[in-house]
Design a protein around this ligand. Structure first.
Ligand code: ZN
Length: 330
């Protein structure tokens, strides 16, 4: 486990206003099938097991707000099964407005544990996140179609992270929102939940979509989370096409979709990584533009049009600093 800022968790100075308040998750603690904070409803009819997950990162309340909205409306599937799951609740509950970023995780990043070799490793030191990952894994093994809701450090347009395969892009296209869709190569630090098992197997019908709804505490990110959740439930057939039509009628029409392929995740190799400018993401840079330095090594834009995806502020060795992408035809 890498935790360079031992003791300070993930707390970083936060330049953004905290516009969203976190819902109280106590009413959801019980769950339906013995795993706390996971609720599964069965229509009794054939169909896929569709699931929406929130707070894989404890400092990202927009997904929790979307699930609260859906649960409050008693949303139930018309086919197959439907689950709503709050993942890293232990981290979420450490939230303080003074250091809002510090509740991202308790011991380590929950979203880097999803290689089977990591989950099964008997010698891996036990952490709160590994405990929870092993607890939710039997449920996740039954999920066919997953929407995993996240948000971002910087204020930037919402993104769909379609994972490693074309089938992830297809799912994002069917959902239709957010309009910017990124195929990527994951993180060298460890596998994300959206890339777990069949989700990253081209031969499996299981599929997943991760969304980054905007800045963590920006009010608009909650609307993106809910709109995408509603569209996902309709696209997967879990609910009827007129589901939440009253709320959807108040949303602007989605922008045309654009697709990007990440060619490289820049993994930090030294203790001295610096960006050349204050990037916030989605900058389109000409080839050769200096992006940053990792110690003595220059990072330059490799493509005729190089698009920066989610530059990080956690510039610590082994972390992903930024992903480099280029536009592709959908
Ligand atoms: Zn996240």
């Amino acid at each position: 486990m890498t935790k360079p800022h031992s003791g300070s968790a993930t707390g970083l100075p936060n330049p953004y206003p905290v516009e969203l308040s976190q819902p109280d998750l106590t009413p959801y603690a019980k769950g339906t099938d013995g795993i706390p904070y996971i609720w599964t409803f069965d229509s009794g009819k054939p169909g896929p097991h569709v699931a929406i997950t929130a707070i894989v990162h404890g400092n990202e309340p927009c997904g929790a707000l979307a699930l609260e909205w859906l649960m409050t409306r008693d949303t139930r599937p018309v086919a197959g099964k439907l689950s709503f799951a709050f993942m890293n609740v232990a981290a979420y509950e450490t939230f303080t407005p003074e250091v809002p970023d510090a509740s991202r995780w308790v011991d380590e990043d929950f979203n880097r544990l999803w290689a089977e070799s990591t989950l099964d490793d008997p010698d891996r030191p036990m952490t709160e996140e590994l405990r929870r990952a092993r607890e939710v894994r039997p449920w996740l093994d039954t999920v066919d179609l997953l929407l995993d809701i996240h948000s971002m450090q910087s204020k930037a347009a919402a993104l769909a992270m379609a994972g490693l395969l074309p089938k992830g892009r297809e799912l994002a296209r069917q959902v239709g929102c957010p309009p910017l869709v990124i195929n990527d190569q994951g993180h060298s630090e460890g596998l994300r939940m959206r890339d777990y098992g069949g989700f990253a197997d081209p031969a499996s019908p299981r599929n997943a979509m991760l969304i980054e709804c905007g800045q963590h505490w920006e009010a608009a990110s909650a609307d993106v989370a809910l709109e995408t959740a509603i569209r996902f439930l309709i696209a997967t057939g879990a609910v009827n096409a007129d589901f939440a039509a009253d709320w959807m009628a108040r949303q602007p029409a989605p922008a045309p979709m654009q697709f990007f392929q990440v060619s490289r995740a820049v993994t930090i190799e030294t203790d001295d990584f610096k960006f050349a400018q204050e990037w916030t993401g989605l900058e389109h840079l000409p080839e050769g533009t200096l992006i940053g330095h990792d110690g003595p090594t220059e990072i330059r834009a490799p493509h005729p049009v190089t698009v920066l995806i989610m530059p990080s502020r956690r510039l610590w060795r082994t972390k992903t600093a930024v992903r480099l992408a280029e536009p592709i035809a959908g």
